[in-house]
Design a protein around this ligand. Sequence first.
Ligand SMILES: [Zn+2]
Ligand SMILES: [Zn+2]
Length: 260
Amino acid sequence: MRLPSVTFRAFLLGSTLIFAVIEKIFPLYKGQLLFRREWQTDLVHFAVNHFIVGLALLTVNFAIHRLFGWLASDTIQNTVQSIPFLPQLLLCILCADLVQYCTHRAYHEIPFLWRFHAVHHSAKTMDWLAGSRQHMVELIITRVGVLGALYVLGFEKNVMDVYIVVVGFQAVFNHANVHLPWGPIKYVIVTPDFHHWHHSSDDAAIDKNYAAHFAFIDHILGTAVKGQTGFPEKYGVVGDYVPDGFTRQLMFPFRSRKDD
Ligand SMILES: [Zn+2]
Ligand SMILES: [Zn+2]
């Protein structure tokens, strides 16, 4: 795969610098290398998810207007737009996370969908780059669902712009090899600690901690990992049946289960 443009390299360099520095200053696993096992696979996912799928999302954004436009109500949109910026932003992130929670849970509970999501869970080392490992079908479906809901509700453009920054940051940061003393805030927002447990292959953590922004959603709905202290012993899919390599992971959901 070609990893071309100056923009891409600048973006990659910027992300590497920012998150590698954060991971260096506040490491969870101190000896973990920047170029750990399977980093090449995740780098290709990073490139594809940010650029090729980025282009696809322009088309998806257009389609969202066509698909969900009939659902939009002026009354609802005017009410949402009358809310001041900060509470409107919090409401926007909450709505996005509720849709994301539902799609994420469906990916775990419906066997055919799990085959797509298993790619994301196949990372055995957690760091900022591991979050990029996501099957493009899953990425597109989740984005269409979330952006479609936000479009129907009519959030203002400046709110959506900040939401995009928040979702981009948390998608990377929640996977980072980072440990900070979060205190009680860990029950409110999703931290790397919270999402690391989502990736754990420990029995107590399977199908738990679905939220991407607000941890209280899982605490309220009874799907938060409970009673776990410290950090997981092991990450990855139980049975470790997802292959390494971008192309093999892209094809994995379409392969016969006998091949696992
Ligand atoms: Zn998951
Ligand atoms: Zn994840």
